[in-house]
Structures are given as structure tokens and as C-alpha cells.
Design a protein around this ligand. Sequence first.
Ligand code: PEP
Ligand code: MG
Length: 540
Amino acid sequence: MSAPGAILAGMGVGLNAVRAEVFRVKPAKPIPSAHKHSGDSETEKHTLKGAISAVGHYLDELGLKAGDTSAEIFEALKMLLEDEDLFETAATQIDEGWSAATAFIMAVDEFGELLAGDAAFEERLADLRDLAKRVAAHIHGIHLGLDLPESGSFVLVGEDFSPADTAQFTKAVVGVITTKGGPTSHTAIICRSKSIPAVVSCSEATELLDGQMVLVDPVGDRVVVDGDESMATKTISFVAKSVEPIIPVRANIGSLSDAITAATTAANGVGLFRTELLYLSATSMPSVQAQAASYAEILKAAPEGPVVVRTIDAGSDKPVPFLNMPHEENPALGVRGYRLIQDHRQFIVDQLTSLEIAREQSGREVWVMAPMIATAEEAIEFGSLARKAGKFKVGVMVETPSIVMALSDLKNQLDFISVGTNDLSQYLFAADRMNSSLGALLNPWQPALIRALAKIAQDSDAANLSSGVCGESASDPAFAVVLAGLGFKSVSASMSQVGAVRSALSAVSAEQAKQIAQLALSSVSAEQAKSKVLAALSNL
Ligand code: PEP
Ligand code: MG
């Protein structure tokens, strides 16, 4: 048990502190091990059908609660769960004498072995195993939900939360603490978008007990056991120096409803439209007409200003079923992003063609960029494909250390670059962004990342490339000031953070931002960089 007054360090998400009671997520009862049924195969098959249908309804509910892009994830899961062949494989096991629950788990394992090598399926296998567990739990009357309170105010404490978990968050969840996970974890992204204060990667939180009061203090990157609101690290209240921020603040979007929401913020256009999010559950390739129609709708709805569209960034953490990508031992280092040109050149060309149709229909200013570029040749090849396809400003994302070292070779070849700090951190620190134990290395305040960013801004200027940042780091108002001070010409933030980032960038002069960036550059640890910058911003 943590003593009152104890300070548990982690990484903060959000700007407001909250004090509430701890609610620990309980581990579910174990599912009984493999066993045989008592002889009636037909009844077992009926039981299995019923359990599959119940879990299917549960996925529908989660999809409804989650809305938008996440809803598509749950639809795709349901298709996997209700696959006829899967049921037939389980039925054969039931005929062999295995119980409904055991037979379904065996069928999923058999599928896993049969389809080993099919990357699109393998990436979903963990999801399917989780669903098989839910089917078995339903059959045994075991409840796997988080059982969150509907009323009152609680700080949820757990290891890390999956999309299915976060979709169950009720109004009573006013704060979140995870012992693992980092600044780009699913928990962090959802808490940021729902404005729930959180501290992630807080390993000592394993000691917290149900009912203990805690202060979740995201600005201070800490949890204070039994702390009260007066102990919260002060959010800097920025005093505007000018109406407009020193550099434009754009919004990140992934769907039509995001574009509509973004238009209600003060965002100056869109700095990252993640096109692959439209296709996470598509099993057949969308035609040029279908793509052009969705892009045109999104362009028309987007906030005023340029719209930066990224060509498909499939692979690794974003599987797109219709691309049937081959199995890879290490997909984050594999054929993802622009590397899809090897086998799917036509899809990238079609995407650019569709975007040109949508650009003409909407009358919007469209910039296009390719993700996961590693060499100047790739960047130049993409530039010529895009210029052939339409009247765009053309650029690439900077997400790999190799392209950081090659920016000068892009002089006068492209119009802009946009830094994806989520992936750049992953590749710079050799720290898998999906590994919830490596959060500290993915902290954008790491001085090595900040120094890489300084080089990118400088080399881009020298190469006549306009430079922006669209990774999660640009959603932190204080970090956005550092980015402006390093010389970036725009930032693009999560929609919920556009207002806060604009306030910070309206409270400093360009000269002050430069001095603040120097403080971050001269730090020796992430903690020191952040605290020096926050101190300077508080004393403006
Ligand atoms: C990034 O890597 O920072 C980025 C913006 O792209 P994504 O998070 O979609 O990979
Ligand atoms: Mg990326």
C-alpha cells in the first residue's frame, strides 16, 4: 500500500488535475481448462452459436459507444468472430467430444496454424484469441467486463487499457492511471481525446488500493497519494500576446466525423489526414470513384486552410485487410507505409488520382505526403508521382533517422516535410511504440529527439522545405512552443488540444520561443527538459 503523501512518478496526459477514489480493474476468474462434453453434440453446437451471437452483440455495443473510427475496428472483429469456417471447425471438435468452449478455442488455434504467414490474419489473431476467451467465458457464465461504476467519481487503475476496455469507460471515470503504456499508447490517445486526466507508465501504482484517495496530476507527471487539488502542479495560464499563434496550428483527422469536429475548433486546416483509418475493416480494394467521393466529403467538411493528406500508411500497427500484406517477423521494420509501392504501386497512384478528383470537386488546397520514407530516392519518386497526378503541394513524412540525414538532398525537389514524432521516436530509440514497457523512451521530451528535431528544422530551411510536426508531441502546448522555437513552420495537434496549443503559441514571441527551445536542447534528461521549459513558460 502506498503511504499518504507518497509521490508516484509517471507521464501525464492532459492539463487538469483530479482527486478521486482509486478503482482497481479486477482480474477476471480463470476460464476452466480443456474438457469434454457429456455426449450431446447438438446441444453443445447450439450453446456455441448462442455464445458467439452474445459476444457479437457485445461488440456492436462497444462499436456504438466508441463511435467513428473505432466502430470500424469492432465491425471487423465481429466479421472474424462470425466466420462460418471457424464455426464448422469448432463443430468438428464438438463431434469429437470436446465441449463448446474448448472446441471454439481449439478452432481458433487451428486457424492460427493454418493461416500462419498471412499477415493480415496474423495481426488479428490476438484479437480473435481474445474473442474466443470471451465466447468461452460466456459459456461458463464468467464475466470479463471491467464492471466500472456508473455513478460517483473514480480514478481507474490498471496495467494498460485496450480499445475494448476504453470503450467501456463510464461517466464515473474521471481519471486514469496505468502502470505501463506510454505517451502514444491507446490509453493516452483516448484520454487526451476525451479530456480525462491521466498518468501513464506509473509503475509504482501497482501499490495503490481500492478506496484510497489519489490526486492525478498530469502537468506534474505524477500521482500524489491522498493529495488534494491545492497540491496540483499549476497549469500555466497563458496570457495572449497576439490573436494569432506564432505558427499555424492545424488538426489531425481520420474520418468524416473528425473533419466535422475539427471544423468546430480554431484549427487552421488539417495537418494530418490519416487515410488508412478509412480502410481498417475494408476487405476489398475501394475503387477510384469510391475513394474520390469519401475524400471530397472530408475535404469539404475540413476546417478552413490547407488539408495535408497522407497516402496510405498500412502495415505494422495499422493492418488493412485488402492489401493482403505478407507475414513479417518484425512488421514495424518491414513493408509498411510508402514501401507498399513494391507490391501496390497502383493503389498509391489510384489514391493520388482520387485525391485530385476530390481536390477539384471541393476547391480546397490539398497537400499530399507519403509516410515512412527512408531515402531521398523514395521521396523524389513520390514527388514525381504526386506532381503527375494532380495540383498538390508535395511532401514526405520524416519518421526515420535515415531521412533526417538526407534532407539536404531534397533541396527544391519537394514543397514540405512533416515530422511524425511517434514513429521517429520508435526508430531513433529502437523502442517499439506498441510495447507498453518502453514508455519512457518514447517521451518526446527526450533530449536526443529534441536535438534531432532541431536538425530537421534547420536542414529543411536550408533545403527550401516548409517544415511541420504532426506526431502526438505537437499536442502538448509546452512542447509546441519548443517546436516553434526550433524553427518549425506549423504544428498539427489532436482535435481536443488545438485550443490549448493555440493559446500557448499566442502567448510567446518568436524570440521567446527560440530561447525556450534552447533550454530544452541543453537538457540532459526528459524530466529536466520539460521542467526547464515549464518554468520558463510560467515566468513569461
Ligand atoms: C507519427 O508517426 O508521428 C505519425 C503522425 O503517424 P502515425 O502515428 O499515424 O504512425
Ligand atoms: Mg507514423
